[in-house]
Design a binder for this molecule. Structure first.
Ligand code: DMJ
Length: 453
């Protein structure tokens, strides 16, 4: 039996009509102090990575060593962290890191990579850091990587294979999902615009359209697993969690970044189906669960840390009502244990997957809502979450995942997205002037892409 003990600050936020909380607390959140605190935590995590895991993709904070995804590092943490350093004003450290990336990063590697992960982290990271520094060598690296990834699109349907060998171009992985298929257009499209090579945009856009075409004709929902060679669904379970989530994000952002009306129409239609069949109004608030794609019938009432991205997309597309109410639910989920779980049965208010992977989505949504509403309650939420992260996930070597949010037992991994996203969104929430929010679009790894075309 789990007990839910709320921290005093979280309790205050939940008890007050949300919005009044920040004004009524003893001292209103001071953005400058919170931004400086977030930057200090970023430096702590980055220094831990450098000390124990230089030469590896990720830090294992408890083992005090590093780990690679493949036979050789692709410099995952340095690339994911670089634009955060730039936005935090860490010029000297960013210059050093950029020089190291340019010197050591090579994509001439005889191993298979996961197209989606490499695209959002490495391609996205190189492109945004190129735009922030104007260092052409980063664009050359991105172009080289893009060329090596392109064979994924050579399936009979145009839906990309999951894996590709960076040296030989050999592809594998015919069972894919909407997130891995539909979360490529921002990076590949930007690469097209910056290099003048249309092929990147054309292939990624075709993948998106081919996926959309396979939505259920009655409900408009999509499933969670599809065969890229036959184009047939393998799983017709529909939801907004991992494996589907960023498909919706990229439809909306594709419209904004490329002024692409077709993406806009697909986004509108997709979100309509999501709101019609997945939104769940319950006594404990608004949530989004799972439904059968062909009927819209509810199959599961679970929501978790990944799903907490949705308020950001709802706010981005102008649906502030759903966005605000869903963020309140996400924060309720966070406050149950002072850290959110991977999955919660929102009907029973019972945890169904107890881990926490240092995920950013709930803070990302707080950042978007702060930008669109200017309601101080989102900064207050951010303050609670930052303090909880420091309390439960910090180690003397960096930050780490939790195996169980109730017991706070620590795991042994610091995902690169903690530096790319979680701490970046927290910092930008507290110091919004560090970036021109309206002039950029974030990829799903929080790498800002600027429309310069
Ligand atoms: C990140 O790699 C991206 O945000 C992705 O869209 C979802 N998973 C992680 C963060 O949780």
């Amino acid at each position: 039996m789990r007990t839910f003990i709320l921290s005093p600050a979280a309790l205050l936020l939940l008890m007050l009509p949300l919005g009044a909380a920040a004004q009524t607390s003893a001292s209103p959140p001071d953005r400058t102090t919170l931004a400086a605190k977030t930057k200090a935590e970023f430096i702590h995590a980055w220094e831990g990575y450098k000390k124990y895991a230089t030469g590896y993709d990720d830090l294992l904070p408890l083992s005090k060593t590093g780990k690679n995804w493949h036979a050789h590092t692709l410099m995952m943490t340095p690339i994911d962290s670089l634009d955060t350093m730039i936005l935090m004003g860490m010029k000297e450290e960013a210059d050093k890191t950029r020089a190291l990336i340019v010197r050591d990063l090579s994509f001439d590697q005889d191993f298979e990579v996961k197209n989606f992960e490499i695209t959002i982290r490495i391609l996205g990271g190189l492109l945004s850091s190129y735009q922030l520094t104007n260092d052409k060598r980063l664009l050359t690296l991105a172009d080289d990587l893009g060329t090596r990834l392109l064979p994924v699109f050579n399936s009979p349907t145009g839906l990309p294979y999951m894996f590709v060998n960076l040296k030989t171009g050999k592809t594998s992985g015919i069972e894919s999902n909407p997130a891995e298929i539909g979360t490529l257009i921002l990076e590949f499209g930007t690469l097209s615009k910056l290099t003048g090579k249309d092929v990147y945009f054309t292939k990624a856009k075709k993948a998106l359209v081919e996926l959309y075409k396979r939505r259920d004709p009655k409900t408009g929902l999509i499933g969670s697993s599809i065969n890229v060679e036959t184009g047939k669904w393998i799983s017709t379970s529909s939801h907004i969690g991992g494996g589907i989530d960023s498909y919706y994000e990229y439809l909306a952002k594709c419209e904004r970044l490329f002024a692409d009306a077709e993406c806009g129409a697909m986004s509108k239609d997709g979100l309509r189906a999501v709101n019609q069949y997945l939104a769940d109004e319950t006594p404990s608030g608004l949530w989004y669960g799972s439904s059968e794609m062909t009927t819209g019938a509810r199959t599961r009432t679970t929501y978790g840390s990944l799903q907490a991205f949705l308020p950001s997309v709802l706010a981005f597309t102008g649906d502030l009502d759903h966005a605000k109410r869903l963020q309140d639910s996400s924060f309720k989920m966070w406050s149950m244990n002072g850290i959110e779980p991977e999955s919660l049965d929102y009907k029973e208010m019972k945890i169904t997957r107890a881990g926490y992977e240092l995920r950013p989505e709930i803070i990302e949504s707080a950042y978007y809502l702060d930008r669109y509403t200017k309601d101080p309650k989102y900064v207050a939420m951010g303050e609670v979450m930052l303090n909880d992260l420091i309390k439960y996930c910090r180690t003397d070597t960096g930050y780490t995942i939790l195996k169980d949010v109730a017991t706070k037992e620590k795991g042994d991994f610091m995902h690169s997205f903690f530096l790319a996203e979680t701490l970046k969104y927290a910092y930008l929430l507290f110091n919004p002037d560090a970036l021109d929010f309206k002039g950029i679009v974030f990829n799903t790894e929080a790498h800002p892409l600027r429309k310069t075309w």
